[in-house]
Design a protein around this ligand. Structure first.
Ligand code: FES
Length: 177
């Protein structure tokens, strides 16, 4: 399984006429509001699904603010992503209990199995991995979440099984559809 996934290539929403139209409308409708940067970025994230580097520069130019400000906001808040999220999102808890309990080893295994870094999505668009803060299940550290489901007392050798069961579930859904 190790090499069955590769990093997802960045797609540029600005070269997609439909997406560019949506982005322009969001900017025009919100640019004079207080807190316009946050409002515009929020809407782009929810309408387009991610805020690429080129979109960050475009928003900065349109709002007449430095690109570094936009970049700072996008990287500070974890609900913003710079590449499209996959069908499933796996988050690794970086809270103290989980970190001490083995999240770094778990993350290493995930990177090795999926071939991506946190914040990236597999080439087939199936899985995004992210880091997150404490999810309130510290007694089960280390913890990861798959979509909304919490998996506690995780060990690196259990990770491939999780990926396998996600793939099986997706196959079943496709057959049932
Ligand atoms: S530190 Fe991970 S759930 Fe609390």
């Amino acid at each position: 399984m190790a090499n069955s996934f590769r990093n997802n290539a960045n797609q540029d929403p600005l070269s997609n006429p439909e997406q560019k139209k949506i982005i322009d409308a969001i900017i025009v409708n919100n640019k004079d509001r207080p807190g316009a940067t946050m409002v515009v970025l929020n809407e782009i994230q929810s309408e387009i699904g991610f805020i690429s580097e080129s979109v960050q520069h475009y928003v900065a130019a349109e709002l007449k603010i430095p690109a570094s400000v936009v970049h700072g906001v996008v990287t500070f808040y974890s609900f913003f992503t710079t590449t499209p999220r996959g069908k499933h999102t796996i988050k690794f808890c970086m809270g103290t209990a989980c970190y001490v309990g083995g999240t770094p080893q778990l993350l290493e295994k995930a990177k090795q199995v999926l071939g991506i870094e946190p914040g990236e999505t597999t080439e087939d668009g199936m899985i995004t991995i992210e880091l997150c803060r404490c999810v309130g299940a510290c007694s089960q550290a280390p913890v990861l979440t798959v979509d909304e489901e919490v998996y506690g007392r995780m060990r690196p050798n259990k990770f491939p099984k999780i990926i396998h069961s996600l793939q099986e579930k997706d196959k079943e859904e496709m057959v049932a559809a």
